[in-house]
Ligand binder design. Structure first.
Ligand code: GLA
Length: 748
């Protein structure tokens, strides 16, 4: 049983082979004593409790003045107890008082992992995969009860935490802050790794030393955002990809989040993650409960790489769900960059025919298929097909696409509305807008009030009709703006602080309904590229459009950063035309594919425009991806050389299949170097005892073998894969800028 409760000492120990998480009750308050690598279970860890006179601190009560919340880390720090750091819980009574005294009331331990009502969360398929502890705390004065729920996975170095806040009293309460959980990984000798960026340069890896005070990531944009992903890691200064400690934290949520790392004056580091308290409040009538999202803590003693691989496994198979979870993802072609809004049915079919001829399996019709949608100024909301463009409707187009042997997919953007649509005219109250204040557009569009169940009902019906009108096997669900002027025209004053979170619950509910109604559809989430690439979305849609930026060079950074938390099976990655539409760079078709393979793979261009030579190259790319997508999408991913290191001129990564029988290594060099030296890239994840053949993909059969012999896993991991540029950059050798090389390793 990976949860031990020592009743006599009030000690709780959650553990598995990799980690230990220990807290204990002191005077009825639970304090976190340790979180890190596994230690043996003991009855008593009370020597870790600081109980002495500390200047300027406040005691827990007159009876136990030596216990100070500031010097111990509470499991769920609340306002009123002297913690002196941003609280996890802030609840106000009608009289305005938010002082609480949450004391232990009881606990339960169960096998398995219960679902979270209305919220995405990790799950188990068999109760033996995890154990769950529920710790109940209560405040006698207000009747507030808090259930802290901890799940420890048996075979993954992962702990999931969430909280349920219940009003068991007789008076109304208001929740002002309710975080998912806090983690204290001990001292402050850490560096913070976060995924930061903006539109078209999402999730760049940023690593900085911790300093005293609060730091971290947040979103106030209504969605998890391009700017700061709801993920962070704390690593030791010496931690590398494959060695050293790494603590990862991931919030399973798609709205306004905050993940704060607080380093106090005593060298204690605390991570506190949850819904961003800014702009949040939730009324709690007697008998009501509020459920927080779930936060995951991952402990790795094997560097950032092992942390990522644990998250990948959990996200891939214990967060994502449905028919597509374990299936090879179709190679698709999307018409967005091929036609933008300017297409006819015949043009689409021509693109699809050219793609089908190349072996591409799915044609996706992007934005522009509905009435009045000839640019991005109009049309969102009514969701009726534009018969001027598609005279035979979606059904007729899908039939023609299916006739080519391809599946058909469709783009939608349910959460938005454009001015002038029927919805806009008939239901102005469905738009988030504060009366009398200016309407603030973004991409000429406005946010629908999905906190209003009537809007979710309307969208369920309308979109079900659209999806049911044709043979659709894939949906790209977009969301193209951040929130600013948030006011629900149909909610009362007391509900206005709840709108942002209730909106996200509405999105989840809509996803749930459409997912259940159309269980065979592969959903891909999107938000102006990667603006909502988060674990919450992965629960409903197993893949996401990683970024609107499809430039191969920029994608190295985006996909590297994204892989810190998310598996390759979740990363939408396409080959697009050159000059690239975002950065106008010209990279070879080969490099564009060599980067896009490491994801779900597809094309985002006009396939009718290929030259004969390009057609042959694409045909071979599709064959390659079909052969190796199982390995790529479901293998173990190792990052080898970072595009964020040094001058960022090189990047390398690899995927290793089951039993290390097969592996694919990718190496990218952005610019040709002059007078370069020897170059080896050390591989990872192979069997050191085994021997491998190493063949370079895409070079003629006679030259494909990189070595004249098979090579031991030990040699490849310790000396490295030999990537020395035989020209040393001194003469033209068919290489140059934007080089990429793919190697297939097979165990002999
Ligand atoms: C967003 C998406 C793009 C495309 C356009 C359509 O920007 O990220 O891939 O679907 O919308 O308007």
């Amino acid at each position: 049983m990976p949860i031990s409760v020592h009743e006599a000492t009030g000690t709780f120990h959650l553990y598995n082979n990799d980690l230990s998480y220990i807290f204990a009750l002191v005077e009825g308050y639970p304090f976190q004593l340790y979180y890190g690598a596994r230690v043996p279970d003991e009855e008593d860890f009370s020597y870790l409790v600081t109980e002495c006179w500390m200047p300027s601190s406040v005691g827990a009560s007159a009876e136990c003045e030596l216990v100070s919340f500031e010097h111990l880390s509470g499991e769920y720090p609340f306002v009123g107890a002297d913690d002196m750091r941003p609280p996890a819980l802030d609840v106000r009574t009608a009289s305005g008082c938010n002082v609480l005294n949450l004391v232990y009331r009881g606990h339960t331990v169960e096998r398995g992992k219960p679902a979270l009502e209305g919220l995405p969360a990790t799950y188990v398929e068999d109760p033996s995969e995890a154990d769950t502890l529920t710790l109940t705390l209560a405040d006698d004065v207000t009747g507030l009860a808090v259930d802290l729920v901890y799940t420890v996975f048996a075979h993954e170095p992962v702990i999931a935490r969430s909280a349920r806040i219940r009003n068991t009293g007789t008076a109304a309460l208001t929740v002002e802050t309710a975080l998912s959980g806090t983690f204290c990984p001990g001292d402050d000798r850490f560096e913070l790794v976060e995924l930061a960026g903006s539109w078209s340069r999402e999730r760049h890896e940023v690593r900085t030393p911790l300093r005293p005070g609060a730091q971290g990531v947040y979103s106030l944009r209504g969605h998890s955002s391009h700017q700061f992903n709801p993920f962070l890691a704390l690593v030791r200064p010496e931690t590398t990809e494959e060695t050293g400690e790494a603590y990862g934290f991931s919030l399973v949520y798609s709205g306004n989040h905050r993940m704060l790392v607080d380093v106090d004056a005593y060298g204690t580091t605390r991570v506190a993650a949850g819904i961003n308290p800014e702009g949040f409040s939730w009324p709690l009538a007697p008998g009501e409960a509020f459920q927080t999202p779930e936060v995951l803590g991952v402990y790795s003693a094997g560097g950032l790489g092992a942390m990522s691989r644990a998250l990948h496994r959990v996200f891939r198979s214990r967060l994502s769900r449905g028919a597509w979870r374990d299936r090879l993802r179709p190679i698709l072609i999307n018409n967005w960059e091929a036609t933008y809004f300017d297409f006819t049915e015949d043009k689409l079919v021509e693109v699809a025919r050219a793609a089908a001829d190349l072996g591409i399996e799915l044609f996706v019709l992007d934005d522009g298929w509905f009435t009045n949608r000839n640019d991005d100024t109009a049309g969102l909301g009514d969701w009726e097909v534009d018969y001027a463009k598609l005279p035979h409707g979606l059904g007729g187009l899908a039939e023609r696409i299916n006739g080519l042997g391809m599946d058909f997919g469709l783009w939608i953007e349910p959460e938005m509305v454009s001015p002038g649509t029927r919805m806009w005219v008939e239901h102005p109250e469905w738009v988030l807008h504060a009366p009398g204040q200016p309407l603030r557009p973004s991409r000429h569009q406005y946010v629908l009030d999905l906190s209003n169940p009537a809007v979710v009902d309307y969208l369920t019906d309308r979109l079900s009709a659209v999806i049911g009108s044709a043979n659709i096997s894939y949906i790209k669900w977009d969301m193209n703006r951040s929130f600013a002027d948030v006011f629900s025209q149909t909610a009362g004053a007391e509900r206005q602080g709840s709108v942002r979170h209730a909106f996200i619950l509405g999105v989840y509910e809509l996803y749930r309904r459409l997912g259940e109604r159309f269980p065979q559809i592969l959903f891909e989430s999107c938000a102006g590229g990667g603006g909502r690439f988060d674990p919450g979305m992965l629960f409903y849609a197993p893949q996401a459009w990683t970024s609107d930026d499809t430039d191969a060079v920029e994608r190295l950074r985006i996909q590297w950063g994204t892989s810190l938390a998310y598996p390759l099976s979740s990363m939408g990655s396409h080959v697009s035309a050159v000059p690239n539409h975002q950065v106008f760079r010209q990279t070879p078709l080969k490099m564009r594919a060599d980067v896009a393979y490491f994801g779900t793979f597809g094309y985002e261009l006009d396939a009718t425009a290929f030259t004969a030579e390009e057609r042959e190259a694409v045909r071979a790319q599709v064959v390659f991806m079909k052969r190796y997508r199982g390995l790529i999408q479901f293998g173990e991913f190792y990052r080898l050389r970072s595009p964020f290191a040094g001058r960022g001129n090189e990047c390398a990564w690899m995927v290793v299949g089951e039993g290390a029988r097969e592996a694919i290594v990718a190496y990218y060099r952005v610019l040709q170097e002059v007078n370069a030296g020897r170059r080896q890239v050390r591989l990872a994840g192979l069997d050191p005892e085994a021997r491998y053949t190493v063949r370079e993909q895409g070079v003629p059969e006679g030259e494909a073998a990189l070595y004249r012999r098979s090579v031991s896993g030990a040699e490849l991991m310790r000396i490295g894969l030999n990537l020395t540029d035989e020209s040393c950059g001194q003469n033209f050798s068919g290489r140059g800028d934007f080089i990429s090389r793919i190697f297939v390793l097979e165990r002999v």
